[in-house]
Write a protein that binds this ligand. Structure first.
Ligand code: MG
Length: 380
């Protein structure tokens, strides 16, 4: 079997894109994947187009070899763009391998360690009341047993520190009271606290409400700073959405900077790379809660990863029963009692509706930077 073509599809959401990859073969079997929407998405598309010339004529089932061809063949260790491109292509190779054998991908990863995958979604709300209301609505609608909240309200950049901590506690308390003790609640300040001492103060303030984890209290560049926080934090520290490959997770794990790792299959290097990261984490008594804000292929890939990973904790998820997510896949995933069933069709078990893509043209986007009270741009 030989690869004949690699295609990309940029599908626009209001605030970012989904970047789907399709790999075709001379035996008529196609595979699909999803690359992370890193920001300059045209750059990721260009890298995937370039990789096409490296991959045509190769056997798509040699996943490990082709991963190294792309990773090491680009000479310098790649950043987010390169690893997103590799990840999207890698998913498609697994999809092809599974379809060629008539078996779901999880069977090629060691088989099932669980029958269904626990997922969580993030409620939204500007006020603590609105946040709690949305949390209850999500639990009632999908049966979630876990949620994740942002401790910062919109416009938090303008709040005094003491007021921000008070707001964070109010939001956590409102959601905890609304959903009770039987729903886990993760907290994600989106790497926007900056100083380690403040991250610790926030962790201590939230501890009475027993968060499942405290995600990305700090930015990802300085692992020693996060290790400092983790050693003193009264609640478990989670991180990893901005890291890629086993090499970056090695430092995180060796420095004991996290209790939970959150690799994203669309940028960390793909399924097999995330299996390796999960195995490294397991040896450090660390669990895996994959970052998964992207589209339907990403979720399917994560379901196979979680199905075969013993130290899996919980998967980030956004219900896909609303447009545009609802329109992009042939058959929507169903969440029942807060879980998604393991996918048992050959390959990844997800089929995209390419005809729907034209209704969602790509958007140019960047992470919004609010202007600070002093007129500066909010550097991080
Ligand atoms: Mg996050």
């Amino acid at each position: 079997m030989k690869i004949t073509k690699v295609e990309t599809f940029l599908v626009g959401l209001p605030h970012r894109n989904f970047l789907f990859v399709k790999v075709q073969t001379d035996e008529g079997i196609d595979g699909i994947g999803e690359a992370y929407s890193c920001g300059p998405d045209d750059a990721t598309v260009a890298v995937i187009r370039d990789f096409e010339s490296w991959l045509v004529g190769r056997d798509p089932r040699d996943v490990e070899a082709l991963w190294h061809l792309m990773y090491a063949g680009s000479r310098f260790p790649g950043g987010a763009i390169l690893n997103a491109a590799i990840s999207g292509i890698e998913h498609a190779l697994w999809d092809i391998a599974g379809k060629a054998l008539g078996t779901p991908v999880y069977r090629l990863l060691g088989g099932k360690v669980r029958e269904r995958i626990r997922v969580y979604q993030a409620p939204r709300g500007a006020t603590s009341e609105a946040l709690a209301e949305d949390a209850v609505a999500l639990v009632e609608r999908y049966g979630y047993t876990a949620l994740k909240i942002s401790p910062q309200p919109p416009g938090f950049e303008k709040l005094a520190w003491s007021a921000l901590v008070r707001e964070a506690v109010a939001r956590m308390e409102a959601v905890r009271r609304a959903v009770g003790e039987d729903v886990d609640i993760g907290v994600d300040p989106h790497a926007r606290i900056f100083e380690p001492a403040r991250a610790l103060e926030m962790a201590e303030a939230l501890q009475p409400y027993r968060p499942l984890f405290f995600e990305e209290p700090l930015r990802p560049e300085n692992v020693d700073a996060l290790a400092y926080v983790r050693a003193r934090s009264p609640i478990p520290i989670a991180t990893g959405e901005m890291l890629y490959t086993k090499f970056q997770f090695r430092e995180l794990l060796e420095k004991r900077a996290a209790d939970v790792v959150q690799p994203d299959v669309c940028v960390a290097g793909g399924i097999l790379e995330c299996k390796k990261i999960a195995a490294m984490a397991e040896a450090h008594y660390v669990t895996v809660a994959p970052h998964n804000p992207m589209g339907p292929v990403a979720t399917a890939v994560n379901v196979h990863l979680a199905a075969s990973t013993p130290n899996f904790l919980v998967l980030e998820y956004t219900a896909d029963d609303q447009p545009p997510r609802r329109d992009l896949r042939v058959e929507p995933l169903r969440v029942k009692d807060g879980y998604i069933d393991v996918l048992d069709r050959p390959g990844l078990g997800v089929e995209l509706d390419e005809a729907a893509f034209e209704h969602y043209p790509p958007v140019r986007w960047h992470r919004p930077f609010p202007i600070q009270p002093d007129g500066s741009m909010g550097f991080y």
